[in-house]
Design a protein around this ligand. Sequence first.
Ligand SMILES: *[C@@H]1O[C@H](CO)[C@@H](O)[C@H](O)[C@H]1NC(C)=O
Length: 321
Amino acid sequence: MDGMNRSIVSEFVFLGLTNSWATQFLLFFFTVLFYLASMMGNLVIGFTVTLDAHLHSPMYFLLANLSVTDMAFCSITAPKMIYDIFKKHKTISFWGCITQIFFSHAVGGTEMVLLIAMAFDRYVAICKPLHYLTIMSPRVCLFFLVSSWIIGLIHSLVQLVFVVDLPFCGPNTLDSFYCDLPRLLRLACMNTQELEFMVTVNSGLISVGSFVLLVISYIFILFTVWKHSSGGSSKALSTLSAHVTVVILFFGPLMFFYTWPSPASHLDKYLAIFDAFITPFLNPVIYTFRNKDMKVAMRRLYSRLKHYRKQLGCEDGTRDA
Ligand SMILES: *[C@@H]1O[C@H](CO)[C@@H](O)[C@H](O)[C@H]1NC(C)=O
């Protein structure tokens, strides 16, 4: 059981979510549906913000960047899971597994920082409206964007540096549909208690810490809105409630994974579906359905596209009647 046996495990086996044909079929249908819907929804947000000059403000730039990270996030585990659903023997190579962990933590960490930047943006817009454009200058937005990627990368690398060298000498089944750190550590042929603690601190504290920070800042913002409530406050409230919903949906399952004491529970496997498929899908839904400017911009973009197609002669004129 020493380092000499490390190369025995070259791939890991996923147990997946279910063995029943009917459930696999349903799972396939819904995961494909949600995956395509979240890719489409986030693409539409990204294009609308980029192409519509009315939405060229810090809030929408951050939102479009969140859409890009959402697309990246759901493409890390979802396609592989969908590809695997009907396979009896679901495997992933050692480096495939490490790659999944690397990107899910890097993109997840980035998304966390972006959510904090979005909260800060709302704080400035509501509590310091006269200085909004000077504080949230393009340079500051870019700074937020670059630091979110750097923090995500560092967060992910710090954990993986230790995992890459672990000895894996036999057991290679993961009761899951993707690679995650807590499960992988339990397969190593050495005592990983300290590493597990490090992962709990790194991922758990970061997610709980950001969540608490976000909740406090939103309570503070809501308090300010309520104190100065006037005509404009209902729009602010609807924007804020959209942000708070996204924050709870994103952090809820994460905090459960990394801080829940009982590793034997199967619940986290099902909660993982939530983060892999539902949250990236819900972000565009929440932001577009509740946001009038976004809806108006999407309609404007749509009619511009139609106009453009007519000019090119692609439209036969009868289809859109
Ligand atoms: C992301 O944010 C940057 C900085 O504000 C902005 O220039 C860029 O257009 C945004 N990305 C998208 C896809 O909107």
